[in-house]
Design a protein around this ligand. Structure first.
Ligand code: ADP
Ligand code: GLC
Length: 488
């Protein structure tokens, strides 16, 4: 199969969250199983094209928008460490600025930027003579490829046999656009925008809905989230749309690139380790704490509870704020955080850092090396998410023998199972209701087995032997692609 993966993020070139990781490992796995995959991404200003070895192709794209034509040029390279081709679409007006989406406020012209990107993807495929069997679009930024394929490009012999598959990573970000502008930029025109049309949702143009309605098949990133989003609590207003397309929607659990996230191979660690050499994990913890100026007199054995996360409402920081300080103040845990996001949450963690030096180790910002180190050196990894489409970090934590404490929702429910000390089964701790007391109870259960034989070794072995491989996940997508082509 020829697969064109269209995404606004791709690790390590341009990453805001887990979608970037997924967009990188899927095509690599498809290539390994004999398929041809390419990735198309905007050429953002912050991508270090020289160190990643990107070169101009000298191909110029004419991109129809509204009743005019815009231009783009194409750069080529590969996903670092693989031979998967990546093409970057260059356009100074849209992409020569810092950031991917705009932070903290989204760029006002994201409608125009991403509609341009969607249209340019088709022109790029033609210029490259890459005839896709599948266009695989990810989240709202590339959603407009789905109606473009259905409406115009299906009449172009080049795309006549192409099917569109749309993957939902996070329904919280839908791309609500002003109708007049979005309908003009996308060239569909206001006549396609009316109450109940596939372009309309509650009076706006909603890119997420458009992706869902026009795709041949729709996937989301865990089986549990696929079920949850058909209900109003999780659907962010999309339940009717999702139920309408229910028979074409399935959940495929994300996977882990175990070449990158593996304590046996991880060059970011102070010391590599494996299930047979779990002492190596403790060495990482000690070195990390010593790096923060701590020593034996600071009780280095205190359980270390870590978080690596975007700091948004999704991630459950609200309920954490009710209980975390007490755990630290009572000396039950040492806490380490790497994250950035909403000011309100950042301020809270600044406060903890100020009040509990040496016990609340808070790093506000984005740092890949530190993310690996924290996941490796923590004893427990906390993810009390309000909702979690999949979540990758709990799967990374498991591989590093770092015990997840999670809310049982979305992909967290599909990957973390409560440890049962009678049977010595399970790999973590969970709670069901979005409630600070229930979370605290789960943390206390987890702390109850810390350093207690035989449970502490057993749970870490259970965790490290989980296998959420990217290959399995990628193979599931191939089945959906075949299904999309069959029913097209
Ligand atoms: P989401 O996509 O909702 O943010 P995921 O768990 O799917 O959640 O993916 C988050 C990804 O981003 C992981 O690869 C994680 O290691 C990384 N990450 C999150 N915050 C940071 C940070 N502050 N610094 C470095 N990496 C981070
Ligand atoms: C989204 C979700 C996260 C998921 C990631 C990759 O950002 O918030 O749960 O793991 O996409 O699919």
């Amino acid at each position: 199969m020829n697969i064109l993966l269209a995404s606004a993020e791709l690790a390590p070139l341009a990453k805001a969250g887990g979608m970037a990781d997924v967009a990188a490992y899927l095509p690599e796995e498809w290539q390994k199983s004999g398929h041809k995959a390419i990735v198309i991404l905007p050429k953002y200003y912050d991508i270090d094209i020289h160190s990643y070895g990107f070169r101009p192709t000298h191909l110029v794209l004419n991109v129809p928008m509204g009743d005019w034509t815009e231009h783009g040029s194409l750069w080529q390279g590969t996903i670092p460490g693989t031979d998967v081709p990546v093409y970057l679409i260059e356009n100074d007006d849209y992409f020569t600025r810092h950031g991917i989406y705009g932070d903290p406020k989204e760029f006002e012209d994201n409608d125009k930027r991403f509609i341009f990107f969607c249209r340019a993807i088709f022109e790029a495929a033609k210029a490259l003579n890459f005839k896709p069997d599948i266009i695989h679009a990810h989240d709202y930024h590339t959603a407009f490829t789905m109606p473009m394929l259905r409406s115009w490009y299906k009449n172009d012999p080049f795309f006549a046999d192409t099917a569109g598959v749309y993957t939902i990573h996070n329904l919280a970000y839908q791309g609500w656009f002003k109708p007049e502008k979005a309908m003009e930029y996308s060239s569909f025109g206001m006549e396609e925008f009316y109450a109940g049309s596939w372009f309309e949702h509650r009076g706006t143009v909603n890119a997420m809905k458009i992706g869902i309605m026009f795709a041949d098949k729709i996937t989301t990133v865990s089986p549990t989230y696929a079920g949850e989003i058909r209900t109003s609590y999780f659907s962010e207003g999309m339940q009717d749309v999702l139920n309408q397309r229910g028979s074409d929607l399935i959940g495929i659990l994300n996977g882990v690139d175990y070449d990158t996230w593996n304590p046996e191979k991880d060059d970011f660690l102070y010391s590599k380790y494996s299930p047979d050499y779990i002492q190596g994990k403790l060495e990482n913890k000690r070195k990390f704490l010593e790096g923060h100026g701590l020593n034996e007199s600071d009780n280095l054995d205190l359980p270390l509870v870590g978080i690596v996360s975007r700091l948004t409402e999704q991630k459950g920081i609200d309920i954490l704020m009710h209980k975390l300080e007490a755990f630290i103040a009572e000396n039950k845990i040492r806490f380490v955080l790497l994250g950035n996001g909403d000011t309100m949450y950042e301020d809270y963690f600044r406060y903890l850092r100020w009040k509990y030096p040496g016990r609340a180790l808070v790093h506000l910002g984005y740092n890949t090396e530190l993310s690996h180190r924290i996941i490796a050196c923590s004893d427990f990894f906390l993810l009390p998410s309000r909702f979690e489409p999949c979540g990758l970090t709990q799967m990374y934590a498991l591989k590093y023998g770092t015990i997840p404490i999670v809310r049982r929702t979305g992909g967290l429910a599909d990957t973390v199972r409560e440890y049962r000390s009678d049977a010595q089964t399970g790999n973590g701790f969970d709670f069901i209701n979005y409630n600070a007391n229930d979370m605290a109870y789960a943390i206390n259960r987890a702390l109850g087995i810390y350093n207690k034989a035989p449970h502490w070794d057993q749970i870490r072995l259970n965790a490290m032997s989980e296998d959420y491989s990217a290959a399995r996940s990628a193979a599931e997508y191939l089945k959906v692609f075949a299904w999309a082509l069959e029913e097209k």
